[in-house]
Design a binder for this molecule. Structure first.
Ligand SMILES: [Zn+2]
Length: 331
């Protein structure tokens, strides 16, 4: 019989090096799994590359690991990583052929890995974070709902008529792309993006695909095109900003389990009556987000808002048609 029991680390805030992040099993501190898979580290030479954590401390990709039992590591994480590795080797077509749920789990594990690292740190009495995620009830509620669906990594699970995230797959033109690997995540808005070679995956978690629908036309326009890296930066700014003004938290419900069941079925509900789905769009806040993403090109806010009604865009022309772009030259 398949064990369909879900684990809830949020109930007792069980974030420590002694519990497997995925199933809760008691483990010794040397049982760990990398947040960024071994193959990614090898392929893109990440091992000793530094990365900045939320509390401004610095770690390296090979040091960024989370507590994980052998069973979860070998049975659930490694096979998924092997699948993504194989898909990624085939470029954008390979990545497109993956099941959306698998991509969600793959991104979800990396996102949750950085989150868990933060939560474990916050339990240390020596660390007094400026902003403790673990003390924000609204955020904790979101993380808890997210972890429920992330457990589809381990417990067979069918999402009735939704995907718990928005996924965007983009092809990048390598001609002016200097970074073979790039990733970005925002813990509080639950947005994540990763670029491996010529493929970028941009994802907003826990929005049930609403941001993908809202950005449907723009996303359509990018399909079949190889984007300039600056166009990817703008696309990310738009998606991350949408996640920033996204204002509702989906709830997930597990259907009652019968003894013969071999998987769980989850339904979802979004309360869009008490709350608007999106907070109003604010041009200045968007311009800040875009400025942040455009940092490598050193494009400032004044330039972005030169025409205050139509912010600077590398993706769309004045008629909102896709702009082809092979080469970027600073004006
Ligand atoms: Zn486990």
């Amino acid at each position: 019989m398949i064990d369909l029991t879900l684990y809830d680390p949020f109930e007792k805030m069980q974030f420590s090096d002694k519990n497997c992040f995925l199933c809760g099993t008691i483990i010794t501190p040397d049982h760990r799994t990398p947040v960024f898979a071994e193959w990614l580290q090898q392929k893109y030479g990440l091992k000793n590359k530094e990365l900045l954590l939320l509390d401004k401390s610095v770690t390296t990709f090979d040091q960024l690991t989370i507590p994980c039992c052998d069973r979860c590591h070998t049975h659930y994480l490694l096979p998924l990583e092997a699948k993504v590795e194989e898909a990624a080797a085939k470029g954008i077509e390979g990545m497109r052929a993956l099941e959306a749920q698998e991509l969600f789990q793959w991104i979800g594990k990396m996102y949750y890995g950085t989150l868990v690292t933060e939560l474990i740190k916050e339990t240390s009495p020596l660390i007094m974070p400026q902003y403790a995620v673990s003390e924000d009830p609204l955020m904790l509620g979101k993380f808890r709902a997210f972890f429920q669906v992330l457990q589809s990594l381990r417990v067979p699970m069918v999402f009735s008529d939704f995907l718990p995230c928005s996924l965007f797959l983009l092809e990048i033109d390598p001609a002016e792309d200097e970074l073979p690997f790039e990733y970005q995540d925002e813990l509080t808005t639950m947005s994540f993006s990763i670029k491996i070679g010529t493929v970028a995956v941009v994802c907003t978690l826990l929005d049930n695909g609403i941001i993908r629908s809202a950005m449907g036309r723009l996303y359509q326009l990018t399909q079949g095109k190889a984007l300039h890296p600056i166009q990817l930066a703008e696309f990310k700014a738009r998606v991350f900003y949408a996640a920033y003004i996204f204002n509702v938290v989906p709830e997930y419900f597990v259907r009652p389990v019968k003894p013969e069941d071999d998987h769980l079925v989850l339904d979802t509900l979004i309360d869009d009556i008490t709350n608007e789905i999106f907070n109003p769009w604010e041009m200045l806040a968007y311009a800040h987000m875009l400025e942040e993403m455009l940092k490598p090109w050193n494009i400032r806010e004044q330039e972005i808002l030169k025409n205050p009604r139509q912010p600077l865009s590398f993706l769309l022309d004045e008629e909102n048609n896709f702009k082809e772009m092979k080469h970027y030259q600073k004006p």
